[in-house]
Design a protein around this ligand. Structure first.
Ligand code: NAP
Ligand code: HSE
Length: 428
């Protein structure tokens, strides 16, 4: 009887091929570390004829990932196809129903169906492991579920989408526009099959919802994430924020508040010299705050073949060693249904607008802010071009609701040339 851990891998794209490569190259190392051989038994993808740059002839080929998931000769089903619904979910459910543990990198599926899948797995005494689903190569799931298990987690925040950070930092460094840099990110293999998941903030929102569940013992609630993408950020925003000492990041924050669970993923300003401000390219950073640890900062590659496959291998090795944990750190049946916070916590905001060259224009804007209860911390006006001048404000802490009242009033004046931009400022 073999003691090998037998894998079925569905999905042979960027991540799947990376996993096959590591399993082939590091077979001896993995056996030494886990005490078992780890074997690929069968694989699946859509196109059997495609040259994927790795030898696959030694493995059985299944056209249907569900059939692969049900095979009697595998112990672990490795799902690397992607997509919240369809083949990935059907195959994962089939694997759990036929007694297989699951390893996946699929944050979309977990963000939408994490609770139901966790209940299915735990009822059968099985595991779902998903280190690669959040922040690529950074072992953040392990950090929250295991290393920090003795902490009450107070806040989790981070930059968790490599594509967005790549585009934003390269816009600043090269002065090139969004479209050229979107293409570069695509060439690096960072993008999801549907790129709107990246630039619309949805992919990062999926990751934040998963981390919030682990951190706060709540059921994954992606619908409760306040979401905004980076599509409206211009070179001008990036340059002028830099002028005020900030950088723009697609930043996720999850924390418990007296008003409920706060989960937001949106472009924010962070101090340029802070660790988050200095994060370049496709790199991710997750900041975890807990009562005993105070603050932990994890930084590393958030996407791409090697880093993501590395995280998948960490999960496979844990299963080979017999390490089993509840899917979201505590039994799924004990996870609370979280109430999303209806009103956001106050924060300072950055406001950018263009004011027409009319007497009293600035005074009108300052009065509107004052009347809405928004206090100005700093302000800068640049010279006029074509009759309008860019004006920047940094406010003291205020609520988004108060700011929205002021923004609406501003639009109704005869001094604002362009729709004002308002971005939250986060200090870590
Ligand atoms: P990918 O390059 O697009 O590969 C997807 C693979 O799944 C392809 O081999 C495809 O087959 C196969 N596939 C898709 N639908 C299928 C179906 N119905 N039946 C059988 N096979 C099917 O995707 P990826 O970048 O490797 O991502 C895989 C997963 O990892 C996703 O959940 C993604 O969100 C996650 N992830 C990716 C990264 C990254 O850096 N790329 C990082 C973290 C997490 P064909 O090749 O024949 O078309
Ligand atoms: N599209 C994702 C990103 C891949 O850019 O971060 C890693 O999850």
């Amino acid at each position: 009887m073999t003691n090998a851990l037998r894998l079925g891998i569905a999905g042979l794209g960027t991540v799947g091929v990376g996993v096959v490569r590591i399993l082939r190259k590091q077979a001896a190392l993995l056996e030494a570390r886990t005490g078992r051989r780890i074997e690929i038994v069968a694989v699946s993808a859509r196109d059997a004829a495609k040259d994927r740059g790795v030898p696959l002839s030694a493995y059985a080929w299944e056209t249907d990932p569900v059939a692969l998931a049900k095979r009697d000769d595998i112990d672990v089903f490795v799902e690397l196809m992607g997509g919240a619904e369809g083949a990935a979910k059907d195959a994962v459910e089939a694997a759990l129903r036929s007694g297989k543990d699951v390893v996946t990198a699929n944050k979309a599926m977990l963000a939408h169906h994490g609770q139901a899948l966790a209940e299915l797995a735990e009822a059968a005494g099985l595991s779902i492991r998903y280190e690669a689903a959040v922040a690529g190569g950074i072992p953040v799931i392990k950090a929250l579920a295991e290393g920090l298990a003795g902490n009450e987690i107070t806040r989790v925040m981070g930059v968790m989408n490599g594509t967005c950070n790549y585009i934003l930092t390269r816009m600043e460094a090269t002065g090139q526009g969004y479209n050229a840099l979107f293409q570069e990110a695509s060439d690096l293999g960072y993008l999801e099959a549907d790129p709107n998941l990246d630039v619309g903030g949805i992919d990062a929102g999926h990751k934040l919802a998963i981390l919030a569940s682990l951190a706060f013992g709540t059921q994954v609630n992606f619908d409760g994430v306040e979401l905004e993408g980076i599509q409206r950020i211009t070179l001008e925003d990036i340059r002028q924020a830099a002028d005020m000492g900030y950088r723009i990041k697609l930043l996720g924050v999850a924390q418990r508040s007296p008003r409920g669970l706060v989960q937001r993923m949106q472009p924010c300003l962070v101090p340029a010299h802070s660790p988050l401000g200095q994060l370049e390219g496709g790199t991710n950073m997750v900041v975890i705050e807990g009562d005993a640890i105070e603050q932990l900062v994890l930084r590393g590659p958030g996407a791409g073949e090697g880093p993501t496959a590395s995280a998948v291998l960490g999960d496979i090795c844990d299963l080979a060693r017999g390490c089993r944990l509840p899917v979201f750190g505590q039994p799924a049946a004990t996870l609370e249904a979280a109430t999303p916070a209806q009103t956001g916590l106050p924060a300072p905001y950055y406001l950018r607008m263009a004011l027409l060259d009319k007497p009293g224009a600035l005074a009108k804007i300052a009065k509107i802010l004052g009347d809405a209860g928004v206090s100005i911390d700093r302000m800068r006006q640049y010279g006029h071009t074509d009759g309008a001048a860019p004006v920047l404000f940094v406010t003291h802490k205020t609520t988004r609701a108060a700011l929205d009242v002021a923004l609406e009033e501003m639009q109704a004046t005869d001094v604002v040339a362009l729709q004002p931009v308002a971005l939250r400022i986060e200090h870590v």
